[in-house]
Ligand binder design. Sequence first.
Ligand code: NAD
Length: 264
Amino acid sequence: MSDYLGIGGKTAIITGGATKIGRGVVDSLHESGVNVVVADIDRDGGKQAVDGKDHALFSETDITDDDAINTCVAAALESFGSIDILVNLACTYIDDGAESSRAQWSTALDVNLVSAAMFAKAVRPHMAAQGGGAIVNFGSISSKVAQTGRWLYPVSKAAVVQLTRNMAMDLAGDNIRVNSVSPGWIWSKVMDELSGSDRAKTDRVAGKFHLAGRVGDPTEVGDIIAYLCSPRAAFVTGADWAIDGGYSAMEPEQSSPAIPLLAQ
Ligand SMILES: NC(=O)c1ccc[n+]([C@@H]2O[C@H](COP(=O)([O-])OP(=O)(O)OC[C@H]3O[C@@H](n4cnc5c(N)ncnc54)[C@H](O)[C@@H]3O)[C@@H](O)[C@H]2O)c1
């Protein structure tokens, strides 16, 4: 196995590692020689994510439960001796837009935002004691645009991008780099279900929103995360990385160019 990134033998905890995008991240890190710890409430999916892999552990973890986070951290340390990388990927899409209840707001922010901060808090002393580490938080294209009927998810993701800057500043003294990624449409469980497992249809529908003309693959997200967590990205912290096939480079005019309309 090549160790081009220089992260072979490191240990990563990936929250939400049980699902399609999570699996992409788990696989990219694992292919780079990283010991992977999948922290998820999905027992079956979590077990599948580590099935057949050496140096891989599933820790059934509800990230909204601080005791469960601590149990996961202890399990990672016991199995692999260090925690070098944390990927805060788990999310909820709970969202009724303007009709959302206070309880829904609390759940969305707890899972998507607060739990990422709590997990970082739990791993920080271990990373600091071993000389540093890297954390990647999950933003989204949804953090920067308005989307009809959605308030909770985009707001939670925007907050994650800001939290990343705050974390990067305050953890820099411990040599912990913190970045976020903001994916575009990625081939994921929600798209699999909505399209009836029709990837070609998903690419057709999403194509016009992405310069790449298609949705992204989970490992295309995972590969950027592996890079961000490697010494090759040692000068990168506090940044939000678009993994969006050009989605954010396109303004609304792209699908309906305004200047030619004026001339008509
Ligand atoms: N799907 C996309 O196209 C897309 C686009 C941009 C950003 N993202 C981001 O990528 C990440 C993954 O998205 P996805 O579509 O694969 O999500 P998903 O809903 O398919 O998976 C989320 C995972 O989080 C886990 N999870 C939920 N609550 C949890 C809890 N309390 N404790 C532990 N685990 C919990 C679930 O079991 C699941 O495995 C999210 O952060 C999402 O915001 C996704």
